[in-house]
Design a protein around this ligand. Structure first.
Ligand code: PEP
Ligand code: MN
Length: 337
């Protein structure tokens, strides 16, 4: 539902309206644009009558909208969102690269990779402390010790950290210690977790589920935003298809399709999408050419010894080359900036 306000609406009147919406368990958000003052209301609108809002003096019109993703969709937020995360801008023409190992394995490993990716121009450091693994016998990460190591790497390099949350029991630690909370493909439809992470109002990297449609990804983002977060990066990381030559199939058309539907930045993960390090460079370049707002790339100082996803991890040397060539493709496709 959209509330279109009169030009004469005062801040005090709008505040009363907002409180009224919150009292009905709705989430009001300022979606004013081009001089028109508007408030979007998200939540369960089934039993809500437009007249209840029309009664407010400051309201000009109430429009009921069928759009399934009111907060994540472009309809009420036509301009690209530009996130500012620890001084790094993402979206609206601001391109970022998130890089680091699949898992944090030791202090030496994370520091070495963090320093290398920073030198090569990465904006964020990634690294899993809690790892979702298909086999219960595989390495599942260092847990909270891994978070501590990521903090050391952030302190030494200045790179903000991106890491995956697996359980609500760690919400407080993630709220305190992590710059961008990753929600992995396997948890994209864990709606309780989505809402709980959203309620921290921190930046989130939301990965597309293994077999999820673009609309399901956007609805998952809507859950996070309904929880209260605004700074969401959406991540296409490959989907399940009949093809077995690659780990997943990179759905590159998700970049322009998402950008048409949402104002949120779209990040491509060529590592999980392909499963092979030598495919990471061509798919990174293709993602940039397709207009992605960023990349998340797995980098390991000794991929052959990696405890997780070594086959798809590039060395720091290959990462440097990817960064150089990504820069060239960005230049080649830039029209007016
Ligand atoms: C990861 O980023 O290491 C990861 C587990 O990704 P995904 O959730 O996309 O499989
Ligand atoms: Mn991985």
């Amino acid at each position: 539902m959209i509330i279109i306000l009169k030009h004469s609406a005062t801040d005090a009147e709008i505040e009363i309206l907002r409180r009224n919406a919150i009292a009905k368990s709705l989430v009001p958000q300022d979606i004013s644009s081009d001089g028109a003052r508007m408030i979007g209301l998200a939540g369960d609108l089934a039993g809500i009558d437009e007249d209840e809002f029309l009664r407010h003096d400051c309201v000009d019109k109430v429009v009921r909208v069928k759009e399934p993703y009111k907060l994540a969709g472009r309809r009420f937020h036509p301009a690209d969102s530009v996130l500012d995360i620890a001084g790094r801008r993402v979206g609206g023409g601001n391109f970022v690269v998130i890089a680091g190992p699949c898992s944090v394995e030791s202090e030496d490993q994370i520091l070495s990779v963090a320093r290398d990716v920073k030198l090569a121009g990465a904006s964020f450091l990634r690294g899993g402390a809690f790892k979702p693994r298909t086999s219960p016998y595989a390495f599942t990460g260092l847990g909270l010790d891994g978070l501590d190591l990521l903090k050391i790497a952030r302190e030494k390099t200045g790179l903000p950290i991106v890491t995956e949350i697996m359980s609500a029991e760690h919400l407080d630690r993630f709220a305190e210690d992590v710059d961008v909370i990753q929600i992995g493909a396997r948890n994209m439809q864990n709606y309780t977790l989505l809402r709980q992470v959203g309620s921290l109002a921190k930046p989130v990297l939301l990965k597309r589920g293994l077999s999820s449609t673009i609309d399901e990804l956007l609805l998952a983002a809507e859950h996070v935003m309904a929880g209260g977060a605004t700074d969401i990066m959406l991540c296409e990381r490959g989907i399940r298809t009949f093809e077995t030559a690659t780990r997943n199939t990179l759905d590159l058309s998700a970049v322009p399709v998402l950008q048409q539907k949402t104002h949120l930045p779209v990040i491509i993960d060529p590592s999980h999408a392909t499963g092979y390090w030598h495919l990471v460079e061509p798919m990174s370049l293709a993602a940039v050419a397709a207009g992605a707002d960023g990349l998340i790339i797995e980098v390991h100082n000794q991929p052959e010894l990696a405890l997780c996803d070594g086959a798809q991890s590039v060395t720091p040397q290959v990462f440097r080359r990817i960064m150089t060539r990504v820069g060239r493709v960005r230049e080649a496709i830039s029209i007016d900036n």
